[in-house]
Design a protein around this ligand. Structure first.
Ligand code: CTP
Length: 396
C-alpha cells in the first residue's frame, strides 16, 4: 500500500471522461490513500455520488449547500496533500484561471494549500483554442501541474489532436510520484532491465525463456514513483512499459548488452532484472531451416554475462542490484553471484516455489546485502519492488 494514510482530494468535473475518475478513485483507495471526492454539478450528471462513496468509503461533497457540511470545502482546501482534478474540463479550467469560486470544487481550488494536478479532457478544438491554452498557461505559471491530454479517440470520433484524458493508470502514476517522489531517489538516474531475450536460429525460430518482464517493469514503475529518472531496457514481452519511463526495446542478449553499455556509466542505481538467454546458436541460418525426419543438433555458445561485464563501467557509487534465480535451496550460489558480479544487493528467488519466479504476478524473495538477509513472504511483484527500493533508498 504505497499511499497508506495519504490524503487526496479527487475533483471530478463533467465530461464524458468523468466515468474514468471511478478507476482513479479505486486505484488511489487500493493504494491506501484517503480519497475525498468532490463532484461538480456537471460531474454528478455523469457519475452519481454513491458510486464514488462505494469506491472510496467516504462521503462525497457535491455542493456548497449540502446540509451539515457548511465548512467542508474549507477543510478540504487545507487537509489534502494533493488535489487531482480528473477530468478537468475547459469550463472548470477557465473558472479556476479566473479565480471563480461558484461551486465546492472551485472554492477548494481557490483556497487550497496543497499541490494541484489537472488532467484536462475536452473536445480537441476546445483544447486547441487560445483561450484554453492561455488559461492552462496561467495556472501552470502559478505552479499547477497537468497530465495529458493525449491524442486519441474522443466521444465524438477519432482525432489526431490532443483532447482525450490520460488513462487513469497514468494519472495515478503521476499522482503517486508527486506524493512519494521527494526522497533519496528524487532525480537519481535508475537503469532497469526487464524481460527475456530471443536468440535467432533462422528467420523464423528463436531460443528464449519464460520471463514475462513483469518484475523489471514493476521495478521501473516503483523507481518512477519515487521520483527517479528511469530508463528501462526491455526484451520481447507483450506487457506495456510503465508510464513516465524511457523505454528501449531490444531483442537479443547482444542488443541488451549494447543498450545497457550505453547507459550504465551514468546510472546511480542499476537493477538487472532481465533474464538474458545464457546461450545462443553459433550459426544463424539466413534461410528457414527445412524440416527433415532426422534429428537436428544446434550448436550453442555462451552469451556475455552482461551484469559482470558492466562492473568496470559502473560509477564507483552506483548501487547495483542483480537477481539470482536458483533451482532449489541454493543461497550459497546467490552469494557467489553477488561477489563475482560485484553487486550491492541480490534478489534471491527460486524456480521451484509456487507463486515465485517466471510467468506469475507474485514472487517470494530474499534480499541479500553485505549486511545481511531479509526473507520476504510471497507478495505481488510491485510489493517486492517496493521493499527492494526501501533498501536501495537507504543505500544511495
Ligand atoms: N545475467 C546477465 N547476463 C547474462 C545472464 C544473466 O547479466 N547473460 C544477470 C541476470 O539479469 C541476473 C543475474 O545475472 O541479474 C543472475 O542471473 P541468473 O540467471 O540467476 O544466473 P546466471 O549468471 O545466468 O547463472 P546460472 O544460470 O548458472 O544460475
Amino acid at each position: 500500500m504505497s499511499l497508506a494514510g495519504r490524503r487526496v482530494v479527487l475533483g471530478v468535473s463533467g465530461g464524458i471522461a468523468s466515468y474514468k475518475a471511478c478507476t482513479i478513485a479505486r486505484l488511489l483507495t487500493k493504494a491506501g490513500a484517503h480519497v475525498d471526492v468532490v463532484l461538480t454539478s456537471a460531474g454528478a450528471e455523469f457519475v452519481r455520488p454513491v458510486t464514488f462513496e462505494a469506491l472510496t468509503g467516504r462521503p462525497v461533497l457535491s455542493s456548497l449547500w449540502d446540509r451539515g457540511r457548511a465548512l467542508d470545502h474549507v477543510r478540504l482546501a487545507d487537509d489534502p496533500e494533493l488535489i487531482i482534478v480528473a477530468p478537468a474540463t475547459a469550463n472548470l479550467i477557465a473558472r479556476c484561471a479566473q479565480g471563480i469560486a461558484d461551486d465546492a470544487l472551485c472554492a477548494i481550488l481557490l483556497a487550497r494549500a496543497s499541490a494541484v494536478l489537472l488532467a484536462p479532457a475536452m473536445n480537441d478544438k476546445m483544447y486547441a483554442n487560445e483561450i484554453t491554452q492561455q488559461n492552462i498557461a496561467a495556472l501552470k505559471a502559478r505552479g499547477w501541474e497537468t497530465v495529458g491530454p493525449e491524442v486519441g479517440a474522443l466521444a465524438e470520433g477519432p482525432s489526431d489532436l490532443p483532447g482525450r484524458m490520460s488513462e487513469p493508470e497514468d494519472i495515478f502514476a503521476v499522482a503517486e510520484r508527486k506524493l512519494l517522489g521527494g526522497g533519496a531517489l528524487s532525480g537519481k538516474r535508475v537503469l532497469v532491465s526487464a524481460g527475456p531475450t530471443r536468440e535467432g536460429m533462422d528467420p523464423v525460430r528463436v531460443i528464449t525463456n519464460r520471463s514475462s518482464g513483469l518484475m523489471g517493469i514493476e521495478v521501473a514503475r516503483e523507481a518512477y514513483s519515487r521520483g527517479a529518472d528511469v530508463t528501462l531496457v526491455m526484451g520481447p514481452t507483450s506487457l506495456p512499459p510503465p508510464y513516465g519511463v524511457g523505454t528501449i526495446r531490444v531483442e537479443s542478449t547482444v542488443d541488451l548488452a549494447a543498450a545497457i553499455a550505453d547507459h550504465v556509466s551514468h546510472a546511480d542505481v542499476f537493477v538487472m532484472a532481465a533474464a538474458p538467454a545464457d546461450y545462443k546458436p553459433v550459426e544463424v541460418s539466413a534461410d528457414k531451416l527445412a524440416r527433415s525426419n532426422g534429428r537436428l543438433s544446434v550448436e550453442l555458445e555462451p552469451t556475455l554475462d552482461i551484469l559482470e561485464s558492466t562492473a568496470p563501467e559502473r560509477k564507483a557509487d552506483c548501487f547495483c542490484v542483480g537477481f539470482a534465480l536458483e533451482a532449489g535451496d541454493n543461497i550459497e550460489r546467490a552469494r557467489e553471484k553477488m561477489r563475482r558480479k560485484r553487486l550491492d544487493l541480490v534478489v534471491y528467488n527460486r524456480v521451484d516455489i509456487e507463486g515465485a519466479g517466471f510467468e506469475v504476478a507474485t514472487n517470494r524473495v530474499t534480499l541479500m546485502t553485505k549486511d545481511g538477509e531479509q526473507e520476504l513472504p510471497l507478495m505481488a511483484k510491485r510489493a517486492v519492488a517496493h521493499k527492494l527500493f526501501d533498501v536501495i533508498e537507504a543505500g544511495v
